[in-house]
Write a protein that binds this ligand. Structure first.
Ligand code: PEP
Ligand code: MN
Length: 343
């Protein structure tokens, strides 16, 4: 890190910064220019971040040279990591297909969706038992009953499942059923939830908040990693922009950017990004082309009757067709889509 002093900073101000850094166990190298002085810090960035350097008299700015996240950074772990969910590996040279309904509405609808997912070649089933809804008057999910239904669907199809947990107090319960915990876009900066899913020891699918930068997303992942849980998959699901023709704007560049900054796998959710069924296949294909480690897509046995997000859900036939395209594209790019579910 580098501390930039104000042009009028005096010797006393400079000495105070040096003293603060040295007392914390770091080294400070003062470089006096004609206009201003800069002080280079050597030592643990994490320690310096906890010092009130910015507040010291005469300090203009504190500039961080390295990345503010450590455990999830590509610097700390140059090889891409792979995450295990049930018997499925996400990352490395594989391409993972996650299919399922937005919400668990009933046993029938979920089992039928799980069969459709399996038939299309999905590796993992998705489905929300706890739904983060914009309006409190809309369907909020079946809660624990929904988890039971997802477990039954896993039993029948052999597909592990990922499901969202909304609250810290539910982490233990959801983790006792799920193969992977999803932290949704709205909760990406719910730091107590991040710590709790970190402590759960379960793999975590961390969606990008729709108003969050890639750096904030990686710092959210760092919260989970700090608890000793590096089983994290990042999911780009669209961000808010000025463009109203899609529900969100899929930030496709987030895929290679996040992959260059972090060793964690990155998947794309084209369903929540677009909100429109017709846009899901082209965006999913774009995700493969951009190098995503997988896609997560909403499907429904009867999209027009879905309680949540029917407009973006694919039918079984549509999912099958898309999965075939994705498999071809992935193979072309040297990625394997073999079903990696262990029997
Ligand atoms: C979901 O995947 O069901 C969901 C609610 O997504 P997001 O958090 O990205 O809106
Ligand atoms: Mn949804």
């Amino acid at each position: 890190m580098v501390v930039v002093m104000q042009p009028g900073a005096g010797d006393e101000d400079i000495a105070r910064v040096v003293r603060t850094v040295e007392e914390a166990g770091g080294e400070a190298f003062v470089s006096r220019g004609k206009q201003r002085t800069i002080i280079g810090l050597v030592g643990e960035t994490q320690t310096f971040l906890s010092l009130p350097l910015q507040a010291l008299p005469g300090v203009e700015s504190v500039v961080q040279i390295g990345r503010p996240y450590k455990l999830v950074s590509a610097e700390s772990h140059p090889e891409p990591s792979s995450i295990h969910v049930g018997g499925v590996e996400i990352g490395r040279r594989g391409f993972t297909l996650i299919l399922g309904p937005c919400a668990v509405e009933s046993a029938e609808q979920t089992l039928e969706s799980a069969r459709m997912a399996k038939e299309a070649g999905a590796h993992i089933l998705r489905g929300g038992a706890y739904k983060p809804r914009t309006s409190p008057y809309t369907f909020q999910g079946l809660g624990r009953d929904g988890l039971e239904i997802l477990a039954a669907a896993r039993e029948e199809t052999g597909l592990p499942f990922v499901t969202e947990v909304l609250e810290t107090r539910d982490v233990e319960l959801v983790a006792s059923y799920a193969d992977m915990l999803q932290v949704g876009a709205r909760n990406m900066q719910n730091f107590s939830l991040l710590k709790e899913v970190g402590r759960s020891g379960k793999p975590v699918l961390l969606k990008r908040g729709f108003s969050n930068t890639i750096e904030e997303w990686l710092l959210a992942a760092e919260y989970i990693a700090q608890q000793g849980n590096l089983q994290i998959v990042l999911c780009e699901r669209g961000i808010r922009t000025f463009e109203p023709s899609t529900r969100n704007t899929l930030d496709i560049s987030a895929v290679p950017v996040a992959q260059s900054l972090s060793h964690l796998p990155v998947v794309v959710d084209p369903s929540h990004a677009s909100g429109k069924r017709a846009l899901v296949p082209p965006l999913a294909r774009a995700a493969v082309a951009a190098g995503a480690d997988g896609v997560m897509i909403d499907i429904h046995p009867e999209p027009t009757r879905a309680l949540v997000d029917g407009a973006q859900a694919l039918s079984g036939e549509e999912a099958k067709r898309l999965a075939q395209d994705l498999q071809l594209l992935a193979a072309l790019l040297g990625r394997s889509t073999e079903t990696r579910v262990r029997a």
